[in-house]
Design a protein around this ligand. Structure first.
Ligand code: FAD
Ligand code: DLZ
Ligand code: SF4
Length: 519
C-alpha cells in the first residue's frame, strides 16, 4: 500500500511517529515550505532561516537513508501556500492509498487536518506525537477532578514515571526542588562562557538569501546567524552545554547581564521544538552528568524540571484548554503593544536591551521574557493577543503550544490563574537586583515617583489599583494589597496620575508585517 507521509517543519525527528513502519520503500515522504506558515505571524528572520534550512537538511538526511522525499520549496512554481493545498497536489502527483501524519503541535493546523479525510476521499491517519514524556490523555487524566493544576505536582508524577533523578520512590537528594539555591545575581567580574555557533553551509546560505529577499520587512537581523540546522550539530550544542554550562546553570538561571544574552542557559529550545533533539535525550544527558559528578544536583534538577516539568506541563495545559484558552482576558487588558517592542527605541534600558538581543539572536532567556518584557506587558495592561503575536514572532523556539501558555498564562495572567497562582508582577527593585540594566538607565530603580522614577515602580502599584476587584481576594496577593491599603491617598493619586501620563505616551504597534511576496 503506497503511503504519503507528511513531515511538518517541527517534526524533524528520525523516529517521528509518521515514519514508524517496517517498510517505507514504496512510500513518499512529503515536506512542504508554505506561505501560510511563514507568514501567520511576522517571524524573526533567523527563525525562518533556522526552520527552512533545518527542513532542507532533514529532507537530505532522509534521502541519504534511501527514502523517497518529495520536497516543495517556498518559491517552487504552483506552490499553493498551504498544507492542505500541498497535500492535495501531492495526492494528485503520487496517487497514494492513504496519508499518514503525526499530530501537529498547534490547534489551528489540527483544525485544518481534521477535514482532510473528507476533502481528499482517502484514509488520513493522525498519529500521537511520541516525542513527549506525557501523552495528551495522560495529562487529561492528571488534570481530571483537580481544583488547581499546579506544575509542581504534575512534575513529581513525571519524575516518578520517568525515573529521572529518583532513588526508588524518593527524589535523589531528598527534595523535589532545589530552587532556593538557584536565585543568584551575576557576579561582578565573571565572564559568561563562549557559546558554540555554527557557520552557515551552502543550503543555509541559500535560505538566508531567500529570506533577505522575500521577508525583508520582518523583524530581526541575520548577521549573527549561528544556529545548528542538523542533528549532528544540535548534538554538538547539547554536548557543549552539558560540559561547559550545566554545572552553573542553576546558580545563575535568573541572572541578567548586558551584552551576555546566553549566560549558562541551554540555548537548545529551537532544536528541541523542531525535533533535532529529543526531551528524553536532553534529560538523560543531564542526569548522566550528575551521576558522573560533573554537575551538581541543584543545576541538574533545575534543568530537568524545565523540560520534564514546565515544557510537558504547558503542552498539557494547551491541549486541555484550547481553543477557549486563547480567548480569555481575565484582567481586561486592552492597551496596544507599544512600537518599542519592535524598534527597541525606549529609554527603559531593560526593555531596550532585551529587544536588541532578541533582534540580534531570536533568543532571550526565560527571566528576560518573563520579568522584563512580560512584566512590562502585564503592568501596562497590554492586550494579550498583541503581546502573544509578538512572542510568537520574535523567538526561534516559538510555537503556539509552548508560547501561548507561557505568555497568556504565566506572563500576563490572562487565564485568570489556570497556570500561575498569582501574577508575576515586579517593580524596578527586582530588575535592579537580578541585572545590571539599571546602571545604564535614564531612570532610577530606587525612585518611586517623579521624572527619574523607574516606570516599573509606579506601574506596579497602578496595576494593583486597576485590578483590585479582580486580585485582592487572591491569598497570595494579601501582602501587596495590605501595603496598598495603607498607602497615603495623595501618594496613591500621584501613582495613578504618573501611570496614566506614562501609559498615554506609549503609542502603539508599528506595522512591520509586509506581504509575503518577492519585491
Ligand atoms: P533553559 O533556560 O536553558 O531551559 C532548558 C529547556 O527547558 C529549554 O530549552 C526549554 O525547552 C525548556 N523550558 C524552560 N522553561 C520552559 C517553559 N517555561 N516552558 C516550556 N519549556 C521550558 N519556550 C519555548 O520553547 N517556546 C516559546 O515560544 C516560549 N515562549 C515563552 C514566552 C514567555 C512570555 C515566557 C516567560 C517563556 C517562554 N518560553 C518559551 C519558555 C522559556 O523562556 C524558553 O523555553 C527558554 O528561554 C529557552 O531557552 P533555553 O533553551 O536557553 O532554556
Ligand atoms: C514555523 C514554520 C515555518 C515558518 N514554516 C514552515 C513551513 O514552511 N513548512 C512546515 O512544514 N512548517 C513550517 N513551520 C512549522 C509549522 O508552523 C509547524 O510545524 C506547525 O505549526 C505545527 O502545527
Ligand atoms: Fe528598567 Fe527601571 Fe531599571 Fe530602567 S531603572 S533598567 S526602566 S528597571
Amino acid at each position: 500500500m503506497k503511503t504519503l507521509r507528511l513531515i511538518l517543519g517541527d517534526q524533524l525527528t528520525n523516529t517521528i511517529a509518521a515514519l514508524d513502519d517496517d517498510d517505507l520503500a514504496a512510500d513518499i515522504i512529503l515536506m512542504v515550505e508554505v506561505a501560510d506558515e511563514t507568514t501567520y505571524v511576522s517571524h524573526h528572520k533567523q527563525k525562518l532561516v533556522f526552520i527552512l534550512s533545518a527542513m532542507r537538511h532533514f529532507a537530505q538526511s532522509l534521502t541519504a537513508r534511501g527514502l523517497t522525499v518529495d520536497y516543495v520549496r517556498l518559491e517552487d512554481d504552483g506552490n499553493t501556500g498551504s498544507f492542505t493545498g500541498e497535500v492535495a497536489r501531492a495526492i494528485a502527483r503520487h496517487k497514494p492509498s492513504r496519508v499518514v501524519a503525526t499530530r501537529p503541535s498547534e490547534w489551528r493546523v489540527l483544525e485544518a487536518m481534521r477535514g482532510w479525510q473528507a476533502d481528499f476521499g482517502l484514509p488520513v491517519e493522525l498519529r500521537e506525537d511520541n516525542r513527549f514524556f506525557c501523552a495528551e490523555p495522560r495529562f487529561t487524566r492528571w488534570a481530571a477532578g483537580r481544583k488547581s493544576l499546579r506544575m509542581e505536582f504534575f512534575y513529581r508524577e513525571m519524575r516518578r514515571e520517568s525515573g529521572l533523578l529518583m532513588d526508588g520512590d524518593d527524589p535523589i537528594g531528598g527534595a523535589w526542588n532545589f530552587d532556593a539555591e538557584n536565585r543568584q545575581s551575576w557576579p561582578k567580574n565573571r565572564e559568561a562562557p563562549a557559546r558554540l555557533r555554527f557557520t552557515p553551509d551552502a543550503i543555509t546560505t541559500d535560505v538566508i538569501a531567500m529570506v533577505e529577499r522575500r521577508f525583508a520587512g520582518h523583524f530581526g537581523t541575520l548577521d549573527a546567524f549561528g544556529w545548528a540546522v542538523t542533528r549532528p550539530d544540535a548534538l554538538r550544542a547539547l554536548d557543549h552545554f552539558i560540559t561547559d554550562c550545566l554545572p552553573s546553570f542553576g546558580d545563575y538561571q535568573d541572572a541578567m547581564k548586558t551584552g551576555a544574552p546566553f549566560l549558562y542557559h541551554a540555548v537548545l529550545s529551537p532544536y528541541l521544538n523542531v525535533g533535532l533533539l529529543t526531551a528524553r535525550e536532553m534529560c538523560a544527558a543531564a542526569e548522566a552528568a550528575f551521576h558522573a559528578g560533573a554537575a551538581p544536583l541543584n543545576a541538574v534538577e533545575g534543568f530537568i524540571r524545565q523540560i520534564l516539568g514546565w515544557r510537558e506541563y504547558v503542552r498539557g495545559i494547551y491541549w486541555l484548554k484550547m481553543p477557549d484558552y486563547a480567548e480569555t482576558n481575565a484582567l481586561q487588558a486592552h492597551r496596544p503593544l507599544p512600537a518599542f517592542f519592535w524598534t527597541g527605541k525606549t529609554d527603559l534600558n531593560c526593555i531596550a536591551q532585551v529587544v536588541a538581543e532578541t533582534r540580534a539572536h531570536a533568543y532571550a532567556h526565560h527571566i528576560q521574557r518573563l520579568m522584563i518584557t512580560g512584566n512590562f506587558a502585564l503592568l501596562a495592561g497590554l492586550e494579550p493577543r498583541q503581546v502573544e503575536a509578538w512572542y510568537l514572532a520574535v523567538y526561534a523556539d516559538a510555537y503556539e503550544w509552548v508560547e501561548l501558555p507561557n505568555t497568556h498564562g504565566m506572563a500576563l495572567f490572562a487565564d485568570g490563574g489556570v497556570l500561575a497562582s498569582k501574577p508575576y508582577a515586579a517593580s524596578g527593585a527586582y530588575i535592579d537586583r537580578m541585572s545590571d540594566y539599571c546602571k545604564g538607565c535614564h531612570y532610577d530603580p530606587k525612585v518611586k515617583l517623579g521624572p527619574k522614577a523607574c516606570p516599573f515602580n509606579y506601574l506596579y502599584w497602578n496595576f494593583l489599583i486597576e485590578n483590585q476587584a479582580r486580585l485582592s481576594a487572591n491569598p497570595r496577593m494579601g501582602m501587596p494589597y495590605r501595603t496598598l491599603s495603607a498607602m497615603d491617598p495623595n501618594r496613591r493619586s500621584a501613582v495613578t496620575a504618573q501611570s496614566t501620563a506614562f501609559l498615554g505616551s506609549l503609542g502603539s504597534e508599528l506595522q512591520l508585517r509586509v506581504p509575503d511576496a518577492p519585491p
